[in-house]
Design a binder for this molecule. Structure first.
Ligand code: SAM
Ligand code: F3S
Length: 470
């Protein structure tokens, strides 16, 4: 018999992979223990912190937050605290020592065991015993096999196709917290996307820490790379747009570059982190390529898709970074014209090779470089938005607009939100919109064509349409 409904509050730190994992935790606990997501933690019986350890600040936040949750737990007996994600994976024992009131500690690869861990934690606390249940192992495929069947909750869906990273960049903890690269079998991914498409999903974003390192086993014993997977998904009825994130330059194979010529559903937008424009720093980071090789990849894709919007991740203040190295990064950004990108101050991570290098760039210099870099990136992003004025963009209508009930909101290929007047009947359809205004965080436009209106006019309303209560 299903237990009575209980409240679950999840606090997610860090990347899209963590957002995805949090969603899976909710679905799992909904199914097995009748937990429902609550927005006010005071209504919750279980609180989960899904943590990130990519940078020091993110890690510190976890211990600060745990201090707050200790009081929350003391106010009502029986409340349970779980810590998941990369900090849990790396600092499991330290969490147990510093925060003994935590009941469960699990890593990104063991979240599917959450229901069993919860039963054990509740039983232990019922018996008056209090050691936290810890499971931070790397059982790889088991996770994919034991997560609930995905349900669409919008017109766009993330599908995780691989886990972990085997690149071991010298600054990064991910290979240690999420384990080595491991891909899902090809047929499993196809089955999941087909199911989502049947529920009305139109856009798929393939997710992985190094998604273009995908090497999925096929039923005939062969191996599919990301290009082959994209080809197969593009043939699934209803899927009109494909994205993938986040990728590594060393995995941008010729077949993946060719996919830009062969797969019209693949967006003209690529997130391809480079971290630095200096060859010396790239070598110290052990990225495995030089700036010129990266530029050559972008040149090849832009030869196929001249309007490719490119975004990246950048680190400033890596050990030994000189003014000249930093200028190389600034020049690369100007040369390749980046769109909305991420940039960070280098944060030494315990256990990584770079943490043994002298962290010799003064903090003032790091902050100044970050400021200059972000000003340039923000300017470039605004330039891209302004260059879209007057153009007609293909927009997938995702939801009603937040401010005006007569308007709908959708996204362009380069991931800009556009608000425009349109009928709610067009939800889930690709339409053509002329861009009329570029705002800092969104665009405004006017509908010029609805090429799918006839095809989709008689289509039964799918489950997600009810979510928006149109
Ligand atoms: N797979 C991606 C790639 O190809 O580079 C990276 C994923 S990583 C989790 C996300 C971003 O966090 C990195 O691209 C990097 O810019 C940043 N990052 C990772 N470790 C960092 C560190 N120690 N200090 C600062 N930023 C870091
Ligand atoms: Fe980290 Fe480098 Fe992998 S940044 S996630 S080790 S590609």
């Amino acid at each position: 018999m299903m237990p009575a409904e209980r409240g679950l509050f999840i606090k997610t730190y860090g990347c899209q992979m963590n957002e995805y994992d949090s969603d899976k935790m909710l679905k799992l606990l909904e199914k097995t223990h009748n937990y429902k997501l609550v927005e006010d933690p005071e209504q919750a019986d279980l609180v989960i912190l899904n943590t990130c350890s990519v940078r020091e600040k993110a890690q510190e936040k976890v211990f600060d937050a745990l201090g707050v949750w200790r009081g929350w737990k003391a106010r009502k007996p029986g409340r349970v605290i779980g810590v998941g994600g990369c900090v849990a994976s790396q600092e499991g024992e330290a969490i147990r020592a510093r925060a003994p009131y935590v009941d469960m500690i699990f890593g990104p690869q063991t979240l599917h065991r959450l229901p069993a861990m919860l039963d054990e934690a509740m039983q232990l606390s019922g018996e008056g015993k209090k050691p936290a249940v810890i499971d931070i192992s790397f059982p790889e495929i088991e996770k994919f096999d034991n997560l609930p069947t995905p349900e669409a909750n919008g017109v766009s869906a993330f599908v995780s196709v691989m886990e972990g990273c085997s690149k071991y960049c010298t600054f990064c903890v991910v290979p240690y917290t999420r384990g080595e690269e491991f891909s899902r079998p090809f047929d499993d991914v196809i089955a999941e996307v087909t199911r989502l498409a049947e529920q009305g999903v139109r856009e798929i974003n393939l997710l992985g820490q190094n998604v273009n390192a995908y090497r999925g086993e096929m039923a005939d014993g062969g191996t599919a790379d990301l290009a082959l997977l994209l080809h197969a998904i593009s043939r699934i009825e209803g899927i009109g747009r494909l994205r993938y994130t986040t990728s590594h330059p060393m995995e941008m194979t010729q077949s993946l570059i060719d996919a830009y010529a062969e797969i019209p559903q693949l967006v003209s937008h690529l997130h391809l982190p480079i971290q630095s424009g200096s060859d010396r720093i790239l070598a110290l980071m052990k990225r495995g390529h030089m700036a010129i090789e990266y530029k050559s990849i972008i040149r090849k894709i832009r030869a196929i898709r001249p309007n490719l919007s490119l975004s990246g991740d950048f680190i400033v203040g890596f050990p030994g970074e000189t003014d000249k190295d930093f200028e190389d990064t600034m020049n690369l950004i100007a040369e390749l014209t980046y769109d909305r990108s991420f940039s960070f101050i280098y944060s030494p991570r315990p256990g990584t090779p770079a943490a043994f290098l002298p962290d010799d760039v003064p903090m003032d210099a790091k902050k100044e470089r970050l400021q200059r870099l972000q000003d340039r990136l923000n300017r470039l992003t605004m330039d891209v938005s302004e260059s879209m004025l007057g153009t007609v963009q293909r927009v997938l209508i995702e939801r009603p607009a937040r401010k005006n009930p007569k308007e709908m909101a959708g996204r362009t290929e380069n991931n800009r939100v556009v608000n425009f007047e349109a009928s709610s009947d067009l939800l889930g359809q690709f339409v053509d919109v002329r861009i009329t205004e570029a705002l800092p965080n969104s665009l405004r436009g006017e509908l010029v064509a609805t090429p799918e209106a006839e095809v989709y006019a008689g289509r039964p309303r799918q489950k997600f349409f009810q979510i928006y209560a149109l």
